[in-house]
Design a binder for this molecule. Structure first.
Ligand SMILES: Nc1ncnc2c1ncn2[C@@H]1O[C@H](COP(=O)(O)OP(=O)(O)OP(=O)(O)O)[C@@H](O)[C@H]1O
Ligand SMILES: [Mg+2]
Length: 688
């Protein structure tokens, strides 16, 4: 949100290195402008990469084990299958012609270097641009150091007025004091200040904030005192990183004691946070909640906090280098554990609220909200898993967020964490029971029906031991789901029937009741009992409509399209399938989208539009690879799919079919949805 200054030569240099090398690492001290420069570069060269420029920020990541996952999620990779994450990452990148930017690698250098190496080896057209305070030590890496900005005097013929550091100071000063102008009277002091600050952008920005209360000369005077104090008798210049620390320390002292404390406490957040979160996590008798708002405003004015607004509201973020400083301070105060605990408590509470609200009219809102808090949830989970006595809270947090893992396309992450949390909590408990049925659900959504059954059976056994009847019922629901996938229709209908019967009086619709109804309807359809299936689905859709529930509703529409197709009403089936697809777009429901697209392909074939069906089949073949087991490995879907392939081949002939399949394979999931919805090409629009 602030203007970018100078760096013309550095940017040109980086472009040249990127043209020559597949891995460029931008190095430099904290606050020197690595991230900002790289973002600028990304903006300038984004059109040069047909498959895009992608940005992954590792700044607040603590767990080396999550590097791959963070990058995959920055790439929007929908791979939720149960296979090795490096493989799926490499496969997704494949021969894409793209640039991957990985910002802030220094604390995870080894993990980053290994991953980058593997990716570059397997993906011939990939380039990587990393930023790190230290190089990654890979033999073919081109290291480009980011020096501080030019300071006045570096170039004897340059005018003071056009110097980069001076320009930056002046730009930031203008934001603080609107009538600030660089002129003959103040230019010498500004130039000296920039020299003193070694041209480090962050240090210059922090100093400029002072203009609110001081003149440039006063700032310079105070800074000079402080530096000579730090440099002591040696009178040598401070090393650069000390300059920055001194500038930060100076900003720190300028804050009110309460602001300082808040700064330290806010360092427990990962990335950005909302005001409510700051109030809950950071308030106590020393920092009353009602004062937090004002203190936050004070920190924004001092450029300690960045403010970000989007459609979902206002969020705040500590600048990276300043967050580190805050962390150290918090540690010195001995409050780190306490604050981490409160951070966890806040997100646990939020997760529980989102779970309670999930089946209601605000489903999309809660998805977006929890997606926004994803980094903070991860951090809270890592704390809980690491801290003796708190790991049971990890189980609670993870289980409450079942809808994120299952419905919103984060199966793989959910599974990873659930398995870790269960490992850390081996004693039988209600928390474990819930985590086990959630794990079963997640595994089913990956097509791992054997693993799903195993988790559900364990859930059932343990639930009997702790006397948790609700978990027993949910275990049978999840066993039923796994049985559907295995094509064991009798077992499935018995188990789902139990779940439905025992849940009918329960207020909770999800995931015990409504999904069980939809799944039972699939079983009925597979047995040829279409009328019964449709009547179940109609009831289910009615409930969803009354409650404003969308997600299960979209599955019910999909199941409806299956019965309609099977009973010769392909036109109606298309309407239901499209209705389902439109809802899926609100969530990040990759799995659901793929399932509906499978059916849509069959519908098009039934409507005599085989070329369109074949293109969808191509897109499906490609996109299932990263989504999990194709058709979840369920026999009833696999055989329908094979049938559809045969019909298309017969109608189109091998050659044209292969061509359409190849065309489709280039579509990503959104494009494939658009194709199915008749949005991609007007001629494909289907009035019926
Ligand atoms: N060329 C520039 N023009 C304007 N502002 C800049 C420029 N370079 C850096 N800044 C500002 O200076 C501050 C520090 O920059 P940045 O965060 O990019 O540093 P960094 O080297 O990535 O630090 P860290 O090692 O802590 O990640 C930011 O507020 C950034 O906006
Ligand atoms: Mg950075």
């Amino acid at each position: 949100m602030t203007s970018f200054v100078g760096r013309t030569r550095l940017l040109a240099n980086l472009k040249r290195h990127l043209a020559e090398s597949r891995l460029v690492t931008v190095t430099g001290i904290g606050g020197v402008g690595k991230s900002r420069t790289v973002l600028r570069l990304a903006h300038q060269i984004r059109t040069q990469y047909p498959d895009g420029v992608w940005f992954a920020d590792l700044a607040r990541l603590q767990d080396a084990g999550m590097v791959k996952h963070t990058i995959a999620s920055a790439l929007g990779i929908a791979d939720q299958s149960s296979r090795n994450e490096t493989d799926s990452l490499a496969e997704w990148v494949g021969d894409r012609d793209m640039l991957l930017i990985i910002d802030t690698c220094e604390h995870l250098v080894q993990g980053c270097a290994e991953l980058i190496h593997e990716l570059l080896e397997s993906a011939p057209n990939l380039k990587v641009l990393a930023t790190s305070r230290q190089s990654l030590q890979l033999p073919y890496e081109h290291v480009v150091p980011v020096p501080p900005l030019q300071v006045p005097g570096d170039d004897p013929v340059e005018s003071l007025f056009t110097n980069e550091s001076v320009q930056l100071f002046s730009a930031r000063a203008g934001a603080v004091v609107p009538d600030f102008v660089l002129e003959e009277q103040n230019i010498a002091a500004v130039a000296e200040l920039c020299r003193r600050l070694d041209g480090i952008p962050l240090a210059i920005e922090l100093a400029a904030v002072r203009l609110r209360a001081l003149s440039v000369e006063q700032i310079l005077g105070l800074l000079a005192d402080r530096f000579s104090l730090l440099a002591g008798a040696s009178r040598t210049a401070l090393p650069r990183h000390q300059t920055l620390r001194a500038a930060i320390g100076w900003s720190h002292e300028l804050c009110e004691p309460a602001e300082r404390l808040l700064w330290a406490r806010l360092s427990v957040f990962s990335g950005d946070f909302e005001l409510d979160a700051a109030r809950f996590v950071c308030a106590d008798e020393r920092l009353p909640a009602e004062e937090i708002t004002n203190l936050v405003t004070g920190l924004v004015e001092k450029s300690i906090l960045m403010i970000r607004s989007n459609h979902a509201g206002v969020r705040y973020k500590l600048i990276d280098t300043l967050a580190e400083y805050g962390e150290e301070w918090l540690d010195k105060l001995g409050q780190t554990q306490d604050l981490r605990h409160r951070h966890l408590a806040y997100y646990l509470n939020l997760a529980q609220r989102s779970e309670d609200a999930w089946s209601g009219p605000r489903q999309v809102y809660w998805f977006i909200r929890m997606r926004q808090e994803h980094d903070n949830v991860r951090l809270a989970l890592e704390h809980a898993l690491r801290t003796p006595g708190e790991s049971v809270l990890a189980l609670r947090l993870l289980s409450s967020l079942w809808f994120m893992w299952v419905c919103c396309g984060f199966q793989r992450e959910g599974r990873l964490y659930l398995e870790r949390a269960l490992e850390a909590n081996r004693a039988v408990s209600k928390e474990r029971c819930k985590a086990l049925w959630v794990l079963s659900y997640v595994r089913s959504a990956q097509g791992d029906s054997v693993g799903a059954l195993d988790a559900a059976e364990r859930c059932s056994k343990e639930a009997v031991r702790v006397g948790d009847s609700r978990a027993v019922i949910l275990a049978s629901k999840m066993q039923g789901t796994a049985a559907v996938l295995q094509g064991d229709l009798q077992k499935a209908s018995a188990l789902l029937g139990v779940a439905i019967e025992f849940n009918t009086d329960n207020k909770e619709l999800n995931p015990g009741l409504l999904p069980a109804i939809v799944e039972l309807s699939l079983v009925l359809s597979a047995q040829g009992e279409f009328i019964e299936a449709e009547s179940l689905l109609q009831d289910c859709l009615q409930v969803c409509k009354e409650r404003g529930e969308l997600w299960v509703g979209s599955y019910a529409q999909w199941a409806m399209s299956l019965t309609k197709l099977a009973t010769g009403r392909a036109g109606d089936a298309l309407q239901s399938a499209r209705e389902a697809l439109r809802v899926k777009r609100h969530f990040h429901d990759t799995l659901g989208t793929l399932l509906v697209l499978e059916t849509t392909a069959r519908i098009f074939a039934a409507l005599g539009r085989e070329p369109l069906a074949a293109r969808l089949l191509g897109a499906l073949q490609q996109n299932w690879k990263t989504a999990g087991l194709p058709m979840l490995g369920a026999p009833f879907m696999t055989s329908d799919h094979d049938q559809c392939v045969k019909e298309c081949q017969k109608a189109m002939g091998e050659h044209l079919y292969a061509q359409a399949l190849g065309d489709g394979a280039r579509l990503d999931l959104d494009e494939a949805s658009a194709l199915a919805l008749g949005e991609l090409d007007a001629s494909e629009n289907d009035p019926g």
